[in-house]
Design a binder for this molecule. Structure first.
Ligand code: SAM
Length: 427
């Protein structure tokens, strides 16, 4: 433990949970009496297996953060702005969520909340406007239980698997800004009007033995898209070699978590990953016992630009998607910020509506007051940060701020150094 917010979460766990609950779900303890905590067992052993060419900086980041990030299936696919999974475990506990209850993440991104909740026996619903997020989260949830044998075959026959996806997705051009050549066929995505990436379709053609199971297919496809992203950014490795080493790493991740979970599979909870709009949630009033999420930090990251190849591959229409994405609507920065405020006020109202009375909505958010001051034409000291705006909008719809913690952002390529954890309670 290095930070105050971690001490706070650890004391909340100690105060709110019985010994049995701690052994099963605590995030900030190693053992209770003679019993090892499950989180400690999940994170133990060899950390995430990184590609051989990974920098020493990346290696030491994962070593230093072995209990914080990169464990279970969280390390599959490098999604920008993803949560810190150990913190999510601590927050779910501090929010008083217990097995059998339901948590919502209305902007799930790479699905950190859903994966943690599933491991902890807490039911979850997640939404994201991006169809790629829905696909990625489903693949990462599946990876907790995906059959390993066909994956072994796929590793041995990785050339065939690579050729299969290359035929459908196009050949990666290493280091090319031109991205990919999408092969003849539907110009804007292999899956538009065609078979869904969520189920294996025989017209995909033959894959090595046993790889036609939908969960296996999704796992392999995620590894392929991940490797294509690397190839796009760097010429260091040929695309096939990149795919092969990522597939081996993915296999290692699935095997490792399944070894620890062996015998506990039935304790995992259902998780439902949906594509949808957080401004208009498809849920009943008062139907969830917790809401936990992180919105885009105004317009720091263009998620569509980041994932354009993957979205194109899944047949998404980027222009109509842009109209739904919080933080991406509008032309000038000023207009973008106005629409961001309007959209986020609506998201907070929806969160308040679906949350059960007395329970908590927790928002993790950063604010770049320097950037905002330029847009608003004021000094940074006069800017109301996004964390405060969230609290103000929440207050208008019956969510009262009960606590706010700050934490340092440790990721390697972040421009923001601090983010806030805003705890809101439904009156
Ligand atoms: C900061 S990221 C969330 C990261 C996530 N906590 C994780 O662990 O990966 C914010 C997400 O909000 C999504 N988003 C933007 N507008 C949305 C909308 N209207 N409805 C649902 N999701 C939206 C983006 O696609 C992005 O994945």
């Amino acid at each position: 433990m290095h930070e105050l917010y971690e001490m706070e979460l650890a004391s909340a766990e100690a105060a709110l949970m019985s010994d049995t609950e701690l052994v099963r779900n605590a995030g900030y303890f190693a053992r209770v009496g003679n019993d090892w905590i499950r989180h400690f067992l999940i994170c133990g052993g060899e950390p995430l297996r990184l590609p051989k060419h990974s920098s020493s900086q990346l290696r030491s980041f994962f070593q230093a953060n072995q209990f914080r990030t990169g464990y279970a299936t969280h390390g599959l696919f490098p999604y920008r702005g993803k949560f810190h999974p150990q913190m999510i475990k601590g927050l779910l506990n501090a929010m008083g969520l217990r097995p059998g209850e339901t948590v919502l993440d209305p902007m799930m991104g790479s699905g950190t909340v859903l994966i943690e909740a599933r491991l902890m026996g807490i039911k979850s619903v997640g939404l994201d406007a991006s169809p790629f997020c829905r696909f990625m989260v489903q693949a990462k949830l599946d990876a907790l239980t995906v059959p390993l044998k066909p994956l072994q075959t796929a590793c041995l026959e990785s050339r065939l698997v690579f050729e299969h996806f290359t035929k459908r997705a196009g050949q990666a051009r290493a280091g090319s800004k031109a991205r990919y050549h999408i092969p003849a066929g539907p110009a804007d995505g292999a899956f538009r009007d065609g078979p869904s990436p969520f189920t294996y379709d025989p017209s995909f053609g033959a894959l090595p033995g046993g790889c036609e199971v939908a969960a296996v297919y999704r796992f392999l496809l995620l590894a392929y898209l991940d490797s294509a992203g690397y190839s796009e950014r760097s010429e260091r490795k040929a695309p096939f070699d990149q795919f092969h080493s990522i597939l081996e790493r993915y296999y290692f991740v699935a095997e490792k978590i399944q070894n620890v979970l062996g015998g506990f599979e039935s304790e995992m909870a259902e998780a439902s990953a949906l594509q949808g709009d957080a401004r208009n949630l498809p849920l009943e009033d008062g139907s969830v016992e917790g809401v936990l999420f992180s919105p885009p930090y105004s317009f720091a990251i263009d998620y569509l630009e980041n994932d354009s190849f993957h979205l194109g591959y899944l047949g998404a229409d980027l222009e109509s998607l842009r109209k739904q994405m919080v933080g991406l609507r509008g032309r000038s920065l000023r207009e973008k910020f106005d629409l961001y405020r309007q959209d986020m006020a609506q998201v907070m109202a929806e969160c308040a509506r679906v949350l059960r009375r007395g329970r908590f909505c927790t928002v993790v958010v950063g604010t770049n007051n320097n950037q905002l001051s330029k847009i608003l034409g004021t000094s940074p000291a006069d800017v109301t940060g996004i964390d405060q705006l969230i609290s103000d909008w929440a207050g208008c719809c019956g969510l009262q701020q009960v606590r706010k913690l700050s934490r340092q952002i440790r990721g390697m390529s972040n421009t923001l150094r601090t983010e806030y954890i805003v705890f809101l309670q439904k009156c």
